[in-house]
Design a protein around this ligand. Sequence first.
Ligand SMILES: NC(=O)c1ccc[n+]([C@@H]2O[C@H](COP(=O)([O-])OP(=O)(O)OC[C@H]3O[C@@H](n4cnc5c(N)ncnc54)[C@H](O)[C@@H]3O)[C@@H](O)[C@H]2O)c1
Length: 265
Amino acid sequence: MIEKDKTYVVMGLLDSDSIAYAIGQVIEQWGGKVIFTVQNERMKRIFFDRNKKWAQEDKDRLNIKYCDVTVEEEVERLFADIGPIAGVTHSIAFANPKTCLGPEFHTDAHEDLKNGFHISAASLATVTKFAQPQMSEGGGIVTLSFASQLAFAYYNWMGVNKAALEATVRALARRHGKDLLRVNAVSAGPVSTKAAGAIHGFEELGKTWERISPLPWDPIGDKLEVAHAAAFLMGPYSKKISGQVLYVDGGASVIGGELLPHERP
Ligand SMILES: NC(=O)c1ccc[n+]([C@@H]2O[C@H](COP(=O)([O-])OP(=O)(O)OC[C@H]3O[C@@H](n4cnc5c(N)ncnc54)[C@H](O)[C@@H]3O)[C@@H](O)[C@H]2O)c1
């Protein structure tokens, strides 16, 4: 649950498949107000182009602002302009798929590595720094991670970024506990989105989850369960949870020496 009528910022909207979109919907269903952010104006146009069939009133209802998280002034302005908020979701990641993901781990594309780290991990600190003044009564900051304790084929430097993101969560939880901010991550199983589609071998990952997840895992339907957990971590029922990584992955993260269904031979 979240606090009714309070405002929550959900960053990282690309299209209606985005995890951010599902989180925003849950917040609204639970009685909160949502401010979405997209990276820039072009992304907002793309968002509405992809949802041409929506009624105008549905489009007007969405409160969408722009914010590139690598531009400190944009993050500062975003939070300065929006007034008091009760929670923030950072649902943002990027790494150049040509150099940072794919069949070869080694790369000399150091600028791409830095950019990927900036967007996918360090930006959580920028967001927290500028969101905090608008959260005078405290609140929840949540980010989205993926199984950083394991090395996956093709995921390469994004796996490194996710480990850095989770370390950033712990450092921010330590730094901002005195401000009554809780900072946590949801580590989600694979769900079908644009970012996931850019990962070579994503379909294979879905099949892996079918094999190893003790609970059934649906890469489309279970986005909602990921959103529920993120909303919970922003809301008042998680008041003493901070610095944690909450796995919403059907239990796959605890499975070793794979056998299951159930349990062969
Ligand atoms: N899809 C999955 O299977 C899965 C699993 C676990 C974790 N995650 C994580 O969930 C988060 C959201 O991803 P998604 O799957 O919803 O995909 P998505 O493509 O819908 O969302 C990624 C978002 O990051 C934004 N972004 C990239 N660079 C940015 C920048 N400089 N400034 C602002 N925004 C920027 C994109 O515009 C996009 O809106 C990511 O952190 C992703 O790694 C996804």
